[in-house]
Structures are given as C-alpha cells and as structure tokens.
Design a protein around this ligand. Structure first.
Ligand SMILES: NC(=O)c1ccc[n+]([C@@H]2O[C@H](COP(=O)([O-])OP(=O)(O)OC[C@H]3O[C@@H](n4cnc5c(N)ncnc54)[C@H](O)[C@@H]3O)[C@@H](O)[C@H]2O)c1
Length: 335
C-alpha cells in the first residue's frame, strides 16, 4: 500500500479524542477521512477539531458513501458485533474497541463469523502502556526469575459523591451509569488483559463483585483471585468506591519472583534484584501513548501482514476471565 490508508471512524464519543490524536500521529500512513455517529453534536465536535471532511449519521451511510481502506469502531459495546459484521461484509479490516461484545458467547460467535472474511483487531490498549511493556521486558529477560505471586490494585473514589455533587467516574464517562456489567467488563478487562500479557495464561479461581454506589446499575468493587500456569498466585483488588482515595485511576502493581521483584507505584516502576533499576513515566503521556501504540500496531500489521497481538483469539482469553468473574460471583446473567 503506497498512499495513506483511508480510515472511517464509527463513534464520536469520549474515547475518540485519544483515537484521533493517535491517527494524527500516523499522518502520511493513514488518515481518518470519515466519521459516523447518530449524535450530530459529537460528529461536529470531533470532525471540526480534527479536520474530518466526511460526516455521517450512521455507519451504514458511511460505508455506502465512502471509499475506505479500514475502519475504527469506538461505539458502545452493545453495537460492536453488528458494526464489525457490517464492516466485515465489505471485506474491510477493522479495529474494534473493547469489550468486543457484551458477553463471551456473543464475542465467540462474532469471532467465528468474521474469521477468514476480514482482519479484526481488538482495541485493547492498556497492555501497550510503556511501563507495562518495560515490566514485560524485565520478566522476559529473566530479571526477576520465576514468578511466585503478583497483585494489581486500582483504588479510586470514582463512584463516591464529591464536593461538587458529582460522581467523578460518571461525570467522566456517563454511560457507566447504565452498564449492568460495569467495573470488570468496562475497566478491569484491561487489567486482566495486562496481567495475561505479563504473566501468561491465567485461571480465575474466585471472584467477589460488590456494588456500593446506588446510582449505577453494575458493580463498582471486585476482589479477584487467579492462578498462573506456573502456579503463581495472582490477585486483582479494585474499587471505585474507596473513601479518601483519588477520583481517577492509577494502577499499583507488585510482581514477586524468585530472583527479584517489580513494583509500579504512581509514575515509578522499580526493579529489585541483582541489578536494580527505577524508571519514571509521564502518566498522561503514557495514557495517550497506549492509544498511539495500539493504532500504530494495527496499521503496521495491515502493511506487513503480521498477526495482531490482540487478535480475536487472544482477546477471547481475556473475555473468558471477565466471564468467569461474573460467573463465580453469581452475576453471570447481568448483560
Ligand atoms: N480502551 C480504553 O481505554 C477505553 C476508554 C474508554 C472507552 N472505551 C470503549 O470505547 C467505546 C466507547 O466509549 P466512549 O467512552 O467513547 O463512550 P461515549 O458514550 O462517550 O460515546 C459513544 C458514542 O457512540 C455513539 N454511538 C452509539 N451508537 C452508535 C452506532 N450504532 N454507530 C455509531 N456511533 C454510535 C454515541 O452517539 C456516542 O457518541 C466503548 O466500547 C468503551 O468501552 C475504551
């Protein structure tokens, strides 16, 4: 492919500010030339800010009215499957935001239907954050030896009323209010995926999901116990309902190995062992950088023909962990 890929973006909501900055960084290689969303206000805001000429009220109109080389889907999870199928019918490669579908069964059916008809990548960006890639490099290089235990925590006050009379997580992303599968399906899906990327295949052995905030339909707390194939114990402790915690998200990670340890706290990643090391990160830049790296990976793989790191087959393993959390906590019928 010699000229820039012509990209159609489906969805013009909150997350697309990050998608569009990532696409802008690929100028010359790819360009978003069209955007589709039933919200005319959202379309206008993004199209004006990012200079997108062709604006549509639906994906159908965009696909019928534009010559595209690939499609980026950033609409709500409930419509991912129908949109991916619609794009696949035209044989266009597609990157679709997580979660691929509201349930594992729907995602499996979708992956089966589009297999061989088009190239599908799941937009799972958390694992592309620079500090997680650096930690993965240390593990791969044997710097901490065999891993015995890991814990990841995410503790915020996102679903606690603040001094402005707002729930910070809901002010930021209002759609979270209505999702009956909230914290695990929407947020911890990233952490489960990142833990898989770092530690290899995992099994969920126990999960307790809780709801503190009555303004939302789903859970805002989770204590999840897992095991790696090597027998390491892995825990994910997360809540949006912690009094005294900051309103926004910041991961804390500890990975213990027989020869060393890795700790992530705030903007610092530390390696303890024979040769220790500390690295500091600009968290805002890391956040945008994870979108940049995900979208660049999509474009690179389209050019090279290499497999996507977050192919449907890979992502279904993450969705299995998500589904297991709901099943083991007795919330599997919440979709
Ligand atoms: N990877 C991440 O870190 C991350 C972060 C936030 C959101 N997300 C995911 O991105 C997706 C969108 O989230 P958001 O925060 O932008 O939500 P949002 O509610 O801000 O925006 C959703 C947009 O989709 C539009 N829409 C609804 N139905 C549509 C359809 N059929 N076709 C086209 N557009 C349609 C809505 O009008 C709205 O503009 C979700 O799947 C969410 O899980 C991912």
């Amino acid at each position: 492919m010699s000229s820039a890929l012509r990209i159609g973006l489906i969805g013009a909501g909150w997350v697309t500010q990050y998608h569009l900055q990532a696409w802008q960084k690929l100028a010359g290689e790819a360009q978003v030339i069209a955007i589709a969303d039933p919200s005319a206000d959202n379309v206008a805001a993004r199209a004006d800010a990012f200079g997108i000429a062709q604006r549509f009220a639906s994906a159908q109109e965009m696909l019928a009215g534009c010559d595209l080389d690939a499609v980026d889907i950033a609409a709500p999870r409930a419509v991912h499957a129908e949109l991916v199928r619609m794009v696949a019918e035209r044989g266009l490669p597609v990157i679709c935001q997580k979660p691929l579908a509201p349930t594992l069964a729907e995602a499996e059916a979708l992956a089966h239907d589009v297999a061989g008809r088009t190239r599908l990548m799941v937009h799972e960006n958390w694992r592309f954050r620079d500090y997680y890639r650096d930690a993965a490099g240390w593990i791969r290089d044997g710097r901490i030896g065999q891993i015995t235990a890991a814990r990841l925590t995410l503790v915020t006050s996102g679903t606690i009323l603040d001094f402005n009379g707002q729930y910070p997580a809901l002010a930021r992303q209002p759609f979270m209010r209505g999702e009956t599968r909230m914290l695990v399906a929407e947020v911890l899906i990233h952490h489960l995926d990142t833990l898989r990327m770092l530690l290899g295949p995992l099994d969920v052995t126990a999960a307790t999901l809780t709801q503190t905030c009555t303004e939302i339909a789903g859970e805002d707390g989770a204590v999840i116990q897992m095991q790696s194939q090597d027998g390491a114990g892995v825990s994910l402790f997360a809540t949006f309902a912690a009094h005294g915690a900051p309103p926004s998200q910041s991961d804390r990670l500890e990975i213990l190995g027989k020869a060393g340890a890795i700790r992530l706290e705030g903007s610092e990643l530390q390696l303890f062992g024979a040769q220790g090391e500390t690295r500091s990160y600009d968290l805002a830049a890391s956040y945008q950088g994870s979108y940049d790296a995900t979208i660049a990976h999509f474009v690179d793989a389209l050019h090279s023909g290499a497999p996507f790191e977050t192919s449907p087959e890979d992502n279904l393993q993450t969705l299995r962990l998500v589904e297991d959390c709901y099943r083991l906590s007795g919330r599997e019928n919440r979709t």
